[in-house]
Design a protein around this ligand. Structure first.
Ligand SMILES: Cc1ncc(C[n+]2csc(CCOP(=O)(O)OP(=O)(O)O)c2C)c(N)n1
Ligand SMILES: [Mg+2]
Length: 602
């Protein structure tokens, strides 16, 4: 049957099993919106295209399937860029559809024309500008295939309006065949056998695992491997939940704000040095073998990269050959689908069980865990927070520290909720004080670090899993960046919850000001300078205008019941939890520094 381009586009989306699109209309994309009318696809209107792109990212992170966002040309498209960059940095499958001015107008500076293909080139896995209506079915099929296979990532499809309106008899392909694209490389047994040999020889092996385990669906294999070998596991933030953090062999996550035990296990324990120029004095050695599976040696993990796991043999397995030797040379690099590689290793270990037990190493690791668990304490400093001082006078013991709120959420949700975050101190506390037990449980903008990600991402996750508790742990600064999505939540009846850890500051930037800029403040205060006692903005009033329930919580005695009310609600719900701004996130390895520079005692 002859159809127009928009109808063919929508038919192609249905064939890819798309269930939901976060889309914002405009002149150059109206035909596609029109064709979606009556289609078996839920169309959700975010209140800002950035919110739509982050929501699609949240949906993708929660499900592993491509999230889909859609916008008009020009300003609609440019508003998607942060969400596309976020998906690129964290290897998240995302298909971003944009209207474009008619082909005859391209390059003429037409109204709402931007070269979106060109603009997004550095932050996509692949992109298309459709120039022939007959290409639509193939391009849509390829786009989803590319986004979701191999190392996942974002794909842009830019569709000129005349293509949406042209007519043809479509032919829908059933297979994808892209020359030169081999998304599923497999390690050979020789390489894998070498790993077994290295484990046999080592005394202090550590697994360093990342988002690749999650996107590669390799958690089960990882667990079996850990249980067969007894090798302790640390993860990146992207890898949280890849291995249960409640397991005795979990070291929790590593890096700048990661657990001291994980950082010591990888790098060795060193005396804390006073200046960055002092020599490094080792107390106990770290890993002699590092199994880096599905990770990319990000600078937030390695610090000074030359010093990272300096004395260990490094085995690096990654599906993407461009990651090999990019940040840190590996002694044994293996390009492979990680699920396949670990699965084969398990099969080898089943045939010939490991002799090694690593008893001494386990003792050392337990000692490190005991010595420096994540921890906090209430100091007199909290009364410096002017937004709390008057309220807390005489009730100092009622102060809520941000870490406490996360811990309490962990307890009340029994560790089963899906969490999203903004970016800042609250993000780090959400990662430290909630223990992640399963993959796709912590959805956070890790690589891009985009404030404003938390709430829209929570909407995306809640749409995918309406029966799960989805809670955004957010900062007052981050939440404000996409606060308009409260309307989406209310109108679309998406019961995603929010805990704002409201310190009236851009806390993480402030922490750096305190540490490296003598405490000088450069626009890191978010309250009203003319009335520092007031909490500004008034989120209860803001939420009321969106018809979303919101409570402000100031005292510890009220926190538990308030979180429980939030969890029990069948609608969007915001808790504005007032916390002091004086807390710093610890441990802390300053950027590009070493484990000998780690501050870990509160
Ligand atoms: C879009 C964006 N702009 C700026 C930054 C830089 N930045 C990183 S953390 C941070 C402070 C975030 O404040 P808030 O959301 O209140 O979280 P807190 O650190 O106070 O918990 C800023 C400004 C960023 N990461 N993203
Ligand atoms: Mg803040």
């Amino acid at each position: 049957m002859i159809k127009n381009g928009s109808e063919i586009f929508v038919e192609s989306l249905i064939r890819e099993n798309v269930k939901v699109i976060f889309g914002y209309p405009g002149g150059q994309v109206i035909p596609i919106f029109n064709a979606l009318y009556g289609a078996p696809i839920r169309l959700i209107l975010p209140r800002h295209e950035q919110g739509g792109a982050f929501a699609a990212g949240g949906y993708a992170r929660a499900t592993g399937r491509a999230g889909v966002c859609m916008a008009t040309s020009g300003p609609g498209a440019t508003n998607l860029v942060s969400g596309i960059a976020d998906a690129y940095m964290d290897s998240i499958p995302l298909v971003s559809i944009t209207g474009q001015v008619p082909q005859a107008m391209i390059g003429k500076g037409a109204f709402q024309e931007t070269d979106f293909f060109g603009m997004t080139l550095p932050v996509v896995k692949h992109s298309y500008l459709i120039t022939d209506i007959n290409d639509i079915p193939r391009i849509v099929k390829e786009a989803f295939y590319i986004a979701q296979t191999g190392r996942p990532g974002p794909v842009v499809i830019d569709v000129p309006k005349n293509i949406q309106q042209a007519r043809t008899q479509p032919v829908f392909p059933t297979e994808v065949n892209i020359r030169g694209y081999n998304p599923c490389p497999k390690a050979n047994d020789l390489e894998l056998n070498e790993i077994v040999g290295l484990i046999e020889k080592s005394e202090r092996p550590v697994l360093y695992v990342g988002g690749g385990i999650i996107s590669g669906n390799a958690s089960e294999e990882l667990r079996e491997f850990v249980e067969a070998t007894g090798i302790p596991v640390t993860s990146t933030i992207m890898g949280c939940g890849a291995f249960p953090e409640t397991h005795p062999l979990s070291l929790r996550w590593l890096g700048m704000h990661g657990s001291a035990a994980a950082n010591w296990a990888v790098n060795g324990e060193y005396e804390h040095r006073k200046t960055f120029n002092d020599p490094m004095k080792m107390i106990a050695p770290g890993a002699d073998l590092l199994l880096a599976f599905g990770v990319r040696f990000d600078d937030r993990v390695t610090g000074k990269v030359d010093e990272f796991c300096k004395r260990g043999t490094i085995v690096h397995i990654d599906i993407d050959p461009s990651e090999i030797n990019k940040n840190k040379p590996a002694n044994l690099p293996i390009v492979s689908d990680v699920k396949y590689a670990i699965g084969r290793l398990n099969a080898m270990l089943r045939q010939r069980a490991l002799e090694k037990k690593f008893t001494k190493w386990h003792e050392q690791i337990d000692a490190w865990k005991k010595k420096a668990p994540f921890g906090y304490r209430v100091t007199d400093e909290v009364m410096k927070s002017q937004h709390m001082r008057d309220h807390l006078q005489g009730k100092e013991s009622e102060v809520i520290l941000p870490q406490m709120a996360v811990e309490m959420l962990y307890e009340l949700t029994k560790g089963d909720a899906i969490l999203t975050t903004g970016v800042g101190q609250h993000q780090m506390w959400a990662a430290q004080y909630y223990k992640y037990k399963f993959p796709r449980q912590l959805l956070t903008s890790a690589g891009l670090g985009a404030m404003g990600f938390g709430y829209p991402a929570a909407l995306g996750a809640k749409v995918a899993f309406p029966d799960k508790q989805v809670v955004d742990i957010d900062g007052d600064g981050s939440f404000l960046m996409n606060i308009q999505e409260l309307a989406t939540a209310h109108i679309e009846k998406i019961a995603a919850k929010v805990i704002i850890l409201n310190n009236q500051h851009l806390g993480m930037v402030m922490q750096w000001e305190d540490k490296f800029f003598g405490g000088n403040r450069g626009h890191t205060y978010l309250g009203d300078p003319d009335n520092r006692k007031e909490i500004y903005p008034n989120y209860v009033a803001v939420c009321q205008s969106f018809n979303v329930k919101c409570e402000r919580v100031m005292f510890k005695k009220d926190l538990r019941a308030a979180i429980q009310r939030m969890l029990d609600a069948n609608e969007p719900y915001v808790l504005d939890v007032i916390v002091p701004y004086t807390e710093h996130v610890l441990p802390f390895i300053p950027a590009n520094k070493t484990v000998a520079d780690m501050i870990w005692k509160a």
